[in-house]
Design a protein around this ligand. Structure first.
Ligand code: ATR
Length: 303
């Protein structure tokens, strides 16, 4: 499915209409991808910074991610965002990766460098996007905090490294399947030590109590499940963040508010991770505040 008013394109090819001739081509690749807000965000970044950027959506077949990337490059693509379920495939495809992408073992940004530089460079901007939203937009100082991260899947893996780099006193990674949390903690052990953060793995039934910041990176609300932890994990005034936004985030955020926490959805992180991607591609940092305000108005207006 493509956006209203836009012609549907075949899988693997851009689905939005062609704008200005001289613009460099970027896109978001995913499956599904019609819901993606990235074209909205990057169009505003490009206009704001005067960068000649065209940004499309590409529906990549579930069994054809690499072919879709190749076709996109052949069509002139210079870089792309990668979303569910291809972040691990993008990591494998990248010839070079940033340290944060190596830690996450997942890539949400690809940049096509010249042959001498090895082709596709892979990065992961999700975690730094979350940290910038928390510290820059929500005004939280993570340094010295006690942080609870719920979820050790792809989303949790993407944000763990940058959360630790913000130097919390303690970070507990809790997951329904505790072995998955333990494996991720093991991979980040040295990184946590380098940043002076105590790092521990736990199950959802015993994560600890009274955290300053609680980040929900599980997909539990998509299945209509209740909050994945007991309210004892919160304290009055805790900041609770769900990496999702809209209806998917609502039950968890309602639960958090009902227990005296401040609740924040993932829209700010979405815009901040996009700004970092824009910087990776273009070397320019857009101003995120007006774009976040416009996106929130657009989403709330569409309800
Ligand atoms: P994503 O890329 O969105 O992180 P994922 O890799 O499939 O998707 O991970 C989903 C996460 O949500 C996992 O941490 C999963 O827990 P398990 O590792 O035990 O599967 C978590 N999750 C999904 N449904 C859940 C539920 N009903 N309660 C608690 N955690 C849940």
């Amino acid at each position: 499915m493509s956006e209203p008013g836009l012609p549907p394109g075949p899988p693997g090819l851009p689905t939005t209409a062609a704008p200005a001739l001289a613009a460099d081509l970027y896109a978001v690749l995913g499956n599904p991808v019609a819901h993606s807000r990235s074209p909205f965000i990057h169009a505003r970044f490009a206009a704001q910074t005067g960068q000649a950027v065209r940004y499309d959506r590409v529906l990549a077949p579930l069994d054809g991610f690499e072919d879709a990337v190749r076709a996109f490059a052949a069509a002139g693509g210079r870089g792309c965002n990668v979303t569910v379920p291809f972040k691990f495939a993008a990591c494998a495809l990248a010839a070079r990766r940033s340290e944060r992408a190596e830690l996450a073992q997942a890539v949400n940004v690809l940049r096509l460098d010249g042959p001498a530089a090895g082709g596709w460079f892979g990065d992961n901007t999700d975690g730094i996007g979350l940290v910038r939203d928390l510290e820059g937009n929500a005004g939280v100082v993570l340094r010295g905090c006690r942080v609870l991260l719920l979820g050790a899947g792809g989303a949790g893996a993407g944000v763990l490294g940058p959360l630790l780099a913000a130097r919390p006193a303690e970070l507990v990674l809790a997951n329904r399947t505790p072995q998955r949390a333990a494996a991720l903690v093991q991979r980040h052990r040295d990184w946590a030590g380098r940043h002076g953060a105590r790092l521990a793995a736990a199950g959802l039934d015993e994560p600890g109590r009274g955290f300053d910041v609680v980040v929900n990176a599980t997909s539990s609300s998509l299945g209509g499940a209740a909050a994945p932890v007991a309210p004892g994990a919160l304290r009055p005034g805790s900041l609770v963040v769900d990496l999702m936004y809209g209806a998917a985030a609502q039950p968890f955020l309602d639960w958090a508010r009902a227990h005296g926490a401040l609740a924040r959805d993932g829209l700010g992180m979405l815009v901040e991770q996009a700004a970092e991607a824009f910087h990776v591609w273009r070397g320019v940092r857009p101003d995120t505040a007006p774009v976040l305000a416009a996106l929130r108005a657009e989403i709330e207006g569409g309800r």
